[in-house]
Ligand binder design. Structure first.
Ligand code: SGN
Ligand code: CA
Length: 510
């Protein structure tokens, strides 16, 4: 009799446990590459619409101050999966092999019975760990007919357009997963990375738009040594053939074009021959050339983003139609911000606004009220601990970020939060000659120290100078502010244990 009761109790226990397990939310993390918040309608862009990305924001929260701690690809990915700064996870630049033997939060999820998968661009040198399934692009990957490396299988070339393929693989994985467990899936797109090759159906989608030049397109970089030293202007750095597809040798089909099938190449070639004709007729030089390049850049970049948005719509439709939506958190984020002609630039890297600030939105039915917006200084070190929080798992002590869930939950009472984000960038000189630098960003200020071949400081008052063109570091009026911010910066360097930065900070003579 007693045994039966015990058995009953035990089985009830198991039932209760599996019920809680079943209730733990799934997490779909859609991660794009170089997709600027300026290019997203949820962030106020009125020239092009991104209705599907906007759906995620409308269904939950949009972060207006989501910041990255080192604005390039590999380091951002390493921070996503460790919740740590580059100097702690060891991946400071896009080079070498990321150490996958360290604590990775997806592995912690696995230990708590989550199924985990990474599909798409990985870009960390080593092969993934902490994922039950993965299918990744080697390195940067290709837009057309890319190769994929699949867990346990050989590398294979797959026919099609990369954004469609990554979405197809993701939907298939969700369909075929073990549905007795909750899951965490990263859908890691290649779009909208350079060299912006649109899907053939999107060619010319924005040709009717004359994009306005950013107010600081012709920035003179006065009083800014690092901005002067960079090699990332649309005018000088952007390449006519590879980036802008003008005068491509279609016979020889070099580089990226070499992978296209004749059926893919035909509309592509016809379209860019039209672009080349326009160029040859106008023969732009000087400012006219810089502006011609800017228009072409915007059109190709945004056409590439069009497929990204459409495919995100397809994934969301599947999540909704399959009944998963109610118990699935959907996140959209870009690995960093990107310049859309501000300061005359493309690319990223700098602590300045357009590269440090990234798109981030999250839909969490029943927990976050649709249409919520947050101005909190949230950073990519917070992404891992937030996802662990969603899964009900305690974050390992060495994670450096914090869950932002308490800030945005329905009925949250404005809990205490950080008032500045620490930043440290390393990769120099190639590919874009941006000096290494560290600094902080608060709601009002950006203070930054450039080091290595230079020893210089900059301060921006973001309230008075939102386009960050006036370095007021030497301005007498700001000396007191600088004293306070330097103390705060030193405190952050200590808190995050950045020994290299501390040495540089202490030896700076300027
Ligand atoms: C490539 C690009 C660079 C870009 C880096 C890093 N050149 O080298 O413009 O900054 O990737 O980008 S390209 O001609 O090969 O496109 S990241 O997003 O992976 O960090
Ligand atoms: Ca990137």
């Amino acid at each position: 009799m007693r045994t039966t009761a015990l058995l009953l109790l035990l089985s009830l226990g198991t039932f209760a446990q599996s019920k809680t397990a079943a209730k733990r939310p799934n997490i779909v993390f859609i991660f794009s590459d170089d997709h600027a918040y300026q290019a997203i309608s949820a962030y106020g862009n009125k020239l092009v619409q991104t209705p599907n990305i906007d759906r995620i924001a409308q269904g939950g929260v949009l972060f207006r101050n989501a910041l990255v701690t080192n604005s390039i690809c590999g380091p951002s990915r390493a921070t996503l999966i460790t919740g740590k700064y580059s100097h702690m996870n060891g991946y400071k630049a896009n080079e070498g092999k990321f150490d996958v033997t360290q604590m990775l939060f997806p592995r912690v999820l696995q230990q708590h019975d989550y199924q985990t998968a990474w599909i798409g661009k990985w870009h960390l040198g080593s092969l993934p760990e902490g994922f039950d399934y993965w299918r990744i692009l080697p390195g940067q990957g290709f837009y057309y007919n890319p190769n994929f490396i699949e867990k346990g299988k050989d590398t294979a070339r797959v026919g099609g357009y990369v954004t469609d393929l990554i979405t197809d693989f993701s939907v298939d994985w969700i369909k075929n997963r073990d549905s007795s467990k909750p899951f965490f899936l990263v859908v890691a797109h290649k779009a909208t990375h350079r060299e912006w090759q649109p899907d053939t159906q999107d060619l010319g989608a924005y040709d009717h738009i004359n994009f306005p030049l950013p107010s600081n397109f012709y920035d003179d970089y006065k009083d800014r040594i690092a901005a002067k030293n960079q090699d990332m202007t649309i005018d000088k750095t952007m390449r006519m053939v590879e980036d802008l597809k003008v005068h491509v040798d279609w016979q020889r089909k070099t580089g990226l074009f070499s992978r296209m099938t004749p059926a893919q190449q035909a509309p592509f070639q016809a379209y860019y021959e039209g672009v080349t004709k326009d160029f040859d007729e106008k023969k732009p030089t000087g400012k006219a050339l810089a502006e011609w390049k800017f228009q072409r850049y915007m059109k190709d970049y945004l056409a590439t983003a069009r497929s990204l948005d459409r495919n995100i719509g397809r994934l969301l439709d599947y999540i909704d139609a399959s009944g998963l939506a109610e118990n699935t958190v959907v996140i959209y984020a870009s690995d960093q911000g990107f310049y859309m002609g501000e300061h005359g630039w493309f690319d990223k890297r700098f602590i300045y606004d357009e590269s440090m600030r990234t798109a981030f939105m999250m839909r969490y039915p029943g927990v976050i009220k649709p249409g919520t917006q947050s101005d909190a200084l949230m950073a990519n070190i917070d992404w891992a601990p937030t996802m662990l929080d969603i899964a009900g798992v305690k974050a390992p002590a060495d994670i450096q970020g914090r869950s932002f869930l308490p800030l945005v939950k329905t009925g949250s009472k404005n809990p205490a939060w950080r008032d500045a984000v620490y930043y440290h960038y390393y990769e120099y000189p190639e590919p874009h000659h941006v000096y290494p630098h560290f600094g902080l960003r608060s709601k009002q200020y950006t203070l930054v120290h450039f080091y290595g071949e230079t020893d210089s400081w900059e301060l921006y008052d973001l309230k008075k100078d939102p386009t960050q063109q006036h370095n007021v570091y030497k301005d007498a009026k700001y000396q007191q502010v600088i004293g306070g911010l330097k103390k705060q910066l030193k405190g952050l360097i200590e808190e995050y244990k950045d020994e290299e930065a501390m040495k540089v900070f202490n030896s700076s003579r300027s």
